[in-house]
Write a protein that binds this ligand. Structure first.
Ligand SMILES: NC(=O)C1=CN([C@@H]2O[C@H](COP(=O)(O)OP(=O)(O)OC[C@H]3O[C@@H](n4cnc5c(N)ncnc54)[C@H](OP(=O)(O)O)[C@@H]3O)[C@@H](O)[C@H]2O)C=CC1
Ligand SMILES: O=C1OC[C@@H](O)[C@H](O)[C@H]1O
Length: 392
């Protein structure tokens, strides 16, 4: 007989920045009252800061974690905690390879923020280590687990718009400044090459996510894509705008993934100005509106119904007691279910697909002449790397 007790996943949070705060607050929502989820739940066991134990303590207070949650002043202590089932890596992408490897080596399951790594070779090594250690490992592309993404994938599979031959997807921010900058300080992770900055690895990955989840993910026989890219470099050396054409010749399909830090997807900064994502099939189209990382509306336009439009709106549920809900809890629920069921990877974003997407981004940046420092591109693990010890 199936148990009525939800499976509990115990989390350790690595880093204390913006997304660590956002994700942890989502973890702390009540799955039952927030999103009608009754089979899994989450516990925040500890958080670690590479800067100081005090910062981790302040973080736990800020997110209103239970008083039992432990604060660590180093990532090493976090991954050694036997009470933790899974580590959420919430450092800048520059750090993901070393930090995720630290956790995998320690035998922990890992959910690692996007972009998974700086290079494809680093991503491959992480997957190899997850296989070796027989642990669960997933790139935290939360969009894949949102109900709107699941619904759009189902619609495509149902054949309602016929075979999909072209997808155009954009995620761009309108940060153009009169002085020629894009309003981020040169040291900010969005544009700083030392932190693997640039539009593609931060935002363009969502445009590619829509291209991949609506085409490559649904291919019965996977085909390696061809890649052509145009890259506009910022004065820091990172990319400020990147446009990629991905082609699958055998499937006769093409994806166009766009991103910019200077020019917003929509005319307003909320990206509501139009469909950022247009999925074109031979029998109709699906338009997805809102920022590509968390869009809230789709429209189906059916050719066989004389252009009839069906519009469906989504919202992000909130925990009434915490007055909080960002939409990252669905990916956390996926981790819990996979681990409960003994799965090492998620079917919605398999390892192989993360690897191919990393290869596409690496190739695009190569074509644009974007390079990153050796410290963050090496695929040799070093537990004592400054990226793991915080000794900057
Ligand atoms: N899924 C999503 O919607 C989002 C995902 N992200 C992803 O999350 C990651 C982190 O982004 P975000 O939270 O905005 O970044 P922040 O700069 O706000 O936080 C990063 C944290 O990483 C730790 N860190 C360790 N070394 C460094 C270093 N040298 N420089 C800066 N921080 C360091 C710090 O925590 P400490 O000192 O405590 O160790 C810091 O607080 C990125 O990979 C980004 O792509 C970001 C935003 C949204
Ligand atoms: O993943 C992300 O989504 C939201 C953006 O604001 C952020 O820069 C990016 O990292």
């Amino acid at each position: 007989m199936a148990s009525n007790t939800p499976f509990t996943l115990k989390w350790g949070i690595m880093a204390t920045g913006w997304i660590a705060e956002t994700f942890t607050q989502d973890l702390l929502t009540n799955p039952a009252t927030t999103r009608d989820v009754h089979d899994v739940r989450h516990e925040v066991v500890a958080a670690a800061s590479s800067s100081s134990k005090q910062r981790a303590e302040e973080f736990l207070v800020k997110v209103k974690a239970p008083s039992s949650a432990k604060a660590y002043g180093s990532y090493h202590e976090l991954v050694a905690d036997p009470e933790i089932d899974i580590i959420y890596v919430a450092t800048p992408h520059s750090h993901h390879f070393q930090n995720a490897m630290l956790a995998l080596e320690a035998g922990k399951n890992v959910l690692c923020e996007k972009a998974l790594t700086v290079t494809a070779s680093q991503a491959r090594k992480l997957v190899d280590m997850a296989k070796k250690k027989k642990v669960f490992f997933m790139e935290a592309v939360w969009t894949r687990y949102q109900p709107i993404s699941i619904k759009v994938r189902e619609l495509i599979q149902s054949g309602v718009i016929g075979p999909v031959y072209r997808v155009v997807a954009d995620l761009s921010f309108g940060n153009d400044q009169p002085d020629g900058t894009v309003s981020f300080a040169d040291t900010h992770r969005m544009v700083n090459p030392d932190l693997a900055g640039g539009a593609l690895l931060d935002l363009g990955i969502y445009s590619l996510t829509w291209v991949f989840q609506t085409m490559y993910h649904l291919q019965k026989e996977k085909e390696k894509p061809k890649v052509v890219a145009a890259v506009q470099k910022y004065h820091t050396g990172a990319d400020e705008a990147t446009s990629i054409i991905v082609q699958w010749p055998q499937h006769k399909s093409q994806g166009i993934a766009l991103t910019s830090l200077r020019l917003a997807t929509g005319v307003d900064k909320e990206n509501t100005g139009g469909p950022g994502i247009r999925i074109q099939g031979s029998g109709g189209e699906i338009h997805v509106t809102g920022p590509a990382f968390r869009p809230l509306q789709y429209k189906v336009i059916r050719g066989d119904a004389g252009g009839k439009i069906e519009t469906v709106d989504f919202s992000i549920p909130k925990d009434p007691e915490r007055d909080w809900g960002h939409g990252m809890f669905w990916e956390a629920d996926e981790c819990a279910r996979c681990i409960r069921d003994g799965k090492k990877e998620s079917e919605s974003l398999p390892w192989e697909e993360s690897l191919v997407m990393m290869e596409v981004m690496e190739e695009a940046l190569k074509q644009g002449g974007v390079t990153y420092p050796d410290l963050i591109t090496t695929d040799v693990f070093d537990a004592q790397s400054p990226l793991n010890t915080g000794k900057r």
